[in-house]
Design a binder for this molecule. Structure first.
Ligand code: 3HC
Length: 388
């Protein structure tokens, strides 16, 4: 199979690497050779790390021999799948899809790695709307196992099934959304974690370090919430915040992320975000061992969002947990954690914050109903899951 990746930045070069590791012939396109050469170095560096760890069998050189690079779309003429990973700008993405539609063969599937732009809007500029789909990878793509597969209202069942199969061939775990929603599953939940983290700090309930200490030390997440946002890029984080809220989700008034972006402190890539990263290299921020931030409070808004996703039949509880375990390396699913904490405690936190004037924390009907019916989680044998 021949795969074209358009855009060789953080996500693009990682996706190309994953495709090459799986044995596909890969073509990587970007606008300049400087950018492509930098991508090649990053891929080699990542492949060497994976090889040293025994995570891949082929040598980095053998894998890179399957990758060719180009500054022209002409290489799309014989591909089976194109994955676009250019910056999150609608006009730019539409131009890329017009080019891909013009050059690539009729059977080729055109996928976008967008984290927030509607897939249907992108599909509309092509003459193959049924073959356009969302294929959302996670940073860093060679490590994170999840791929969200998002059919637009035009995508055919055949295309969706093929992409699910291709994701499996790439050694990824696909989660397929039934209906497209802004931010998909992953970023809607991630946004809610950011919003609650932000609210706690801006309202003076806790410090950045305390919030992240609870995330890392109590919940055992691989990164704190602010730390993860620095890692993803605060511009990217703010973008998805704006897009998801701009398309109907309730907002949580909080300015810290916007202020950081305005100050051009974008996280790891600029050397400073909520923490410092000398030379623009990720280093683990040191955090206090103890924190007064309760797990139930930090997760409350995310669990409420998960309930919304289930209530609206976008995905089920298990699929949400797969997203969090394989897209964010959570040690347990979000809803497994919620069941362990107790859904009554989650709802108490939501009510308390809601009573302070934050509309987004109004407990979702499904969650409210579960608590009213005594489905309080593991302690009573049933919550989002059943326990025997
Ligand atoms: N390629 C190859 N290996 C890599 C790598 C890469 N790109 N990045 C990290 N590694 C390896 C390191 O070399 C190290 O290997 P070792 O154990 O053999 O030394 C190992 O992974 C662990 O890395 P670190 O020691 O640097 O740091 P951590 O232990 O914190 O692990 C992490 C890094 C795997 C990124 C982990 O912190 C993690 O899982 N964090 C959560 C990441 C996450 O949530 N990503 C999703 C973001 S949201 C998103 O992408 C969606 C978008 O739309 C916004």
């Amino acid at each position: 199979m021949k795969v074209l990746v358009v855009g060789s930045g953080t996500m693009g070069h990682g996706i190309a690497e994953v495709a090459a590791i799986s044995g596909f012939e890969v073509k990587l396109v970007d606008i300049s050779w400087d950018i492509l050469n930098r991508a090649k170095e990053r891929m080699m560096d990542s492949l060497r790390r994976l090889y040293e760890r025994g995570a891949i069998k082929d040598t980095p050189e053998a894998i890179m021999s399957r990758v060719t690079m180009s500054v022209s779309y002409d290489v799309a003429r014989d591909v089976d799948l194109a994955i676009e990973a250019v910056p999150e700008n609608m006009d730019l993405k539409r131009k890329v899809f017009q080019e891909l539609d013009r050059v690539s063969p009729q059977h080729a599937i055109l996928a976008t790695n967008t984290s927030s732009i509607p897939i249907s809007d992108i599909a509309e500029v092509t003459n193959r709307k049924d073959k356009v789909i969302g294929m959302h990878f996670f940073n860093p793509p060679p490590i994170m196992k999840l791929v969200e597969v998002i059919p637009s209202k035009y995508t055919s069942e055949e295309t969706t099934n093929k992409v699910v199969e291709i994701a499996r061939q790439m050694n990824k775990i696909p989660v397929r959304l039934r209906v497209e929603v802004p931010g998909f599953v992953s970023n809607r939940i991630y946004l809610r974690l950011m919003q609650e983290a932000c609210r706690e700090v801006e309202s003076g309930e806790a410090t950045i370090h305390q919030v992240d200490s609870t995330a890392r030390n109590k919940l055992k997440l691989p990164m704190g919430i602010f730390e993860l946002s620095d890692y993803v890029g605060l511009d990217v984080a703010l973008d998805l915040w704006k897009v998801i809220v701009g398309r109907g989700a309730s907002d949580v008034k909080c300015n810290m992320f916007r202020e950081k972006v305005e100050a051009k402190q974008l996280g790891v890539k600029t050397g400073k975000g909520f923490y410092e990263y000398p030379g623009g290299k990720y280093v683990k921020p040191s955090l206090p061992a103890d924190s007064p931030v309760r797990e139930s409070r930090l997760l409350s808004l995310a669990v409420n969002e998960a309930a919304w996703l289930i209530h609206n039949k976008i995905v089920n509880a298990q699929e949400i947990d797969t997203v969090m375990k394989y897209g964010f390396n959570f040690p347990q699913g979000l809803l497994e954690m919620a069941d362990n904490i107790g859904l009554d405690r989650i709802v108490e936190e939501l009510r308390d914050i809601y009573s302070k004037g934050y509309e987004a924390y109004k407990p979702n009907e499904l969650l409210d109903e579960m608590v009213r019916n005594g489905k309080l989680g593991r302690k009573v044998g049933e919550g989002f899951y059943k326990y025997s």
